[in-house]
Design a protein around this ligand. Structure first.
Ligand code: GLY
Ligand code: MN
Ligand code: MN
Length: 440
C-alpha cells in the first residue's frame, strides 16, 4: 500500500470509531531552544498517524457526521514565499488537498472563525486538553458559545472527551506496514550497536561512542536518535536516564549503551547493550551479566499471545531475584523478596514498554483491573537490568553490598514483535551473548 493509502485507511477507521463526535487533532509547534533558535521539529505522533503531514502549526478536524468529501479538514500554514525563504517549503492550503488526501483545507489563521461552523452537527468533541493553551482557549470558547445556543434550542456538541481511547488503541496494534518500518529502525539501531562495540577502547570518551552511533543513524538515512542516546561507563550506567555522556571510559569498566534511531516517518528502535570496555568481563561483571541475560531470555519467551506486559515483567524479575539471591546480594525467599519489593535498590524499573511512533508508545497496559493481553502486531521492549550503586538505601533485612560489586550497571534491551507463535526479536542483529560481548 502506498503511504497515501495507509494514512487514508487509518483516517477511515478513526472516523468510523468516532461515532457522532468531531475530533480536533493538532500538529506540534516548533519549540524554542534558545534565543530565536528552535529544536529540530518533531511532529505530534497522533497527528502524524492520521495525516502523514510533517509541518508544524496545523490542525486536523475529523467530522464523521458530515457527507463524504467533507469529513477531513486541515488547517495549515499558508504558502508564504517571504517566510519560505527563511524556514523552507510549505505545502499551503491548495497543494495539501491533492497531496495529502484532504477534503477541505484552510489557512490556520481561519481556524477561530471556522471552528464553530465545523463543530455544528457534532454530538461531542474529541480533543486532548492541556497541551496548547491557545488552542484550549479557542476550543473552550467556541464550545461554550455553542452551549449557549443549545439553551435556545439549537443542537451542539454536549461532551468533551479525549481522543486517546480510540486513537491510542489503534496505535497499539501495528499493521504490516508499521512492523516493516519498526524493523527498519531496529535494523539500523542494531547495526550501530555492532559498529560501536567494535571500535570502543579504554580511554575513549563516552561522547565519541555517541558520535559513532549517531553518525551511523544519519548515514543510513534516519532522522537521528529517537531519544537522548545513553553512553554510560561504569557507575554512570546506574543512572537510568544518564545522557551527559562526557566521561572517559576506564579500563575495567562496563559501558552501557542505550540508543536507537528514529526514521523520517518517526518509527523508532530502542536497544541497550552492555559490554566491558577492555573486551573482558571481570568475575563480578560476568556473573551479573549472565543473570540479566537469562532474565531477558526468560521474559522474551513470555511475549506470546494471551500473556501480558506484567507477566513479562514478572518473568524477568523472578530470574533477576533468584540470581541475586544465589550471589548473596539479596537474602531470603524469592517470592517474599518480590512481594516486599526488597530488590528495588538494585532493579527499580519495569521490564519494558510499547514501542512505535513514540519510543514509550501509547496504549493501555491495563483496562481497569485487567491487564491488556499481548496480541499479534504489538511491539514492546524487553529490558531488564541490574544497577549496583549507593544511590538507594538497602532495605531492612537485606545485606549491605560489598564494594567489589559497586559501579556495575547492566541492561539488555531488545524490541519484540508479538506474533501468533514465537516472539520475533526485531533487534536480533545486535549480539548479546557473553562471548560476543568480549574480545575473542
Ligand atoms: N531508551 C529509553 C528506554 O529504554 O526506555
Ligand atoms: Mn526502552
Ligand atoms: Mn532504551
Amino acid at each position: 500500500m502506498k503511504d497515501f493509502e495507509i494514512f487514508k485507511s487509518r483516517r477511515e477507521r478513526f472516523l468510523s470509531k468516532l461515532g457522532g463526535k468531531a475530533a480536533i487533532i493538532p500538529a506540534a509547534s516548533l519549540v524554542t531552544h534558545h534565543s530565536d533558535c528552535e529544536y529540530p521539529f518533531r511532529q505530534n505522533s497522533d497527528f502524524w498517524y492520521l495525516t502523514g503531514f510533517d509541518e508544524p502549526d496545523a490542525v486536523a478536524i475529523f467530522l464523521p457526521f458530515r457527507p463524504r468529501g467533507e469529513q477531513y479538514v486541515l488547517f495549515v500554514q499558508p504558502s508564504d514565499s517571504a517566510m519560505e525563504v527563511w524556514t523552507g517549503f510549505r505545502w499551503g492550503e491548495k497543494r495539501v488537498v491533492e497531496q495529502f488526501g484532504v477534503d477541505i483545507a484552510h489557512s490556520l489563521d481561519q481556524l477561530p472563525q471556522l471552528l464553530a461552523h465545523y463543530l455544528a452537527g457534532a454530538d461531542g468533541i474529541a480533543f486532548r486538553i492541556g497541551k496548547d493553551s491557545s488552542l484550549d482557549t479557542l476550543v473552550f470558547k467556541t464550545w461554550s458559545l455553542q452551549l449557549d445556543k443549545a439553551q435556545r434550542g439549537e443542537s451542539c456538541p454536549l461532551s468533551l472527551v479525549p481522543p486517546c481511547s480510540i486513537l491510542h488503541n489503534m496505535r497499539l496494534y501495528k499493521d504490516d506496514y508499521e512492523v516493516q518500518r519498526i524493523r527498519e529502525a531496529t535494523r539500523i539501531s542494531a547495526e550501530a550497536h555492532e559498529l560501536v562495540r567494535d571500535i570502543a577502547r579504554p580511554g575513549m570518551n563516552e561522547r565519541q561512542l555517541q558520535g559513532v552511533i549517531e553518525e551511523y543513524f544519519l548515514q543510513q538515512g534516519a532522522r537521528g536518535p529517537a531519544y537522548g542516546s545513553i553512553v554510560a561507563g561504569g557507575d554512570n550506567a546506574c543512572v537510568l536516564h544518564y545522557t551527559s555522556n562526557r566521561s572517559i571510559l576506564r579500563d575495567g569498566e562496563l559501558v552501557l549503551i542505550d540508543a536507537g534511531c528514529s526514521l523520517y516517518d518517526y518509527y523508532n528502535g530502542d536497544i541497550t547493550r552492555t559490554f566491558p570496555i577492555n573486551g573482558k568481563f571481570s568475575g563480578e561483571q560476568k556473573a551479573l551479566y549472565e543473570i540479566v541475560l537469562a532474565s531477558q531470555l526468560k521474559a522474551i519467551a513470555a511475549v506470546i499471545p494471551g500473556q501480558d506486559a506484567e507477566a513479562v515483567h514478572f518473568a524477568a524479575l523472578q530470574v533477576l531475584v533468584e540470581g541475586l539471591v544465589e550471589l548473596g546480594l539479596l537474602v531470603g525467599n524469592v517470592e517474599s523478596i518480590i512481594n516486599e519489593g526488597a530488590y528495588r535498590h538494585i532493579y527499580m524499573h519495569k521490564t519494558g514498554h510499547w514501542l512505535g511512533l513514540d519510543v514509550h508508545d501509547v496504549g493501555a497496559y491495563r483496562l481497569g483491573e485487567y491487564p491488556v493481553e499481548l496480541t499479534p502486531g504489538m511491539v514492546l521492549t524487553v529490558e531488564p537490568g541490574l544497577y549496583i550503586s549507593d544511590r538507594l538505601e538497602v532495605p531492612k533485612g537485606q545485606p549491605e553490598i560489598h564494594p567489589r560489586w559497586k559501579g556495575i550497571g547492566i541492561r539488555i534491551e531488545d524490541d519484540i514483535l508479538v506474533t501468533e507463535k514465537n516472539p520475533e526479536i526485531l533487534s536480533k542483529d545486535a549480539l548479546k551473548s557473553v562471548d560476543s560481548m568480549q574480545n575473542s
